[in-house]
Design a protein around this ligand. Sequence first.
Ligand code: CU
Length: 260
Amino acid sequence: MLNRNKISLAVAAVALTALASQQAVAHTRLTVSSTQESSAAHGTTTTAVNIPHGCGDNAVIGNVFFLPDTNSAIVQTSTDNFDAFETPEGDNALDYIVNQPFIRLIKSRDVFEMQEFITDPLGNPLGFWAGQGELPAHNWVAQLPINITAVAIQPDSCASKVVFIPAIANICKLTSLAEINGQDPDNPNVDFWTAPDVGTPYDAPAWNYPATYTVERDLENNPLPESCGDGFAVRIVPSAAQLNRDMPVTINGQQVWPLP
Ligand SMILES: [Cu+2]
């Protein structure tokens, strides 16, 4: 009896794992989505924005990717079991991390001919947009390679890990925001992989859930303060102000997406 239970549990586990990895394959994610914290000055994680399909039957003709700007980011902390999150009043991302992660673009023209950095007001690269190329809607996968610079976790904080929520848009038609609002959900003009409920035109639909980039605390070299217990997870999400600032694609001072 015991053995049979064990076997059916194992079968269920395999089935669940298969389901989970299928979901991971189905959506736009980072190929490497977690790393350990590091204070190494030049430490980076090599990863890529993985786009597994078009917007329904529409080919992807552009992409936007950026990390949250910690100056304005929404900060959430986990409550129980690291699953549910709340947004404490007045918390700043730098309460939990020592430094903002930036990106380095790995030079590549495999999918898109044009790439430009998306920067913070000081000129530091938070992300990029890419265009002039095409990912066919079906049976092709695009990988847009980047490095993400190392992040250190605040030693006196209770953060056991920090989950960055990047904002990603797969652009399939150059349209106005109005045409995005009313788009066909089966063959959309753009697929947003962003946090829902931020309150911008770029929020993902509620059924969607965004990509993540997790920085795990190095518990050996940066142990949690005793008073923290097991600690909690922190989630850092681009603010509405940042989404409205960084999503639009501008070439030579002219906004090309969304169409004005
Ligand atoms: Cu998908």
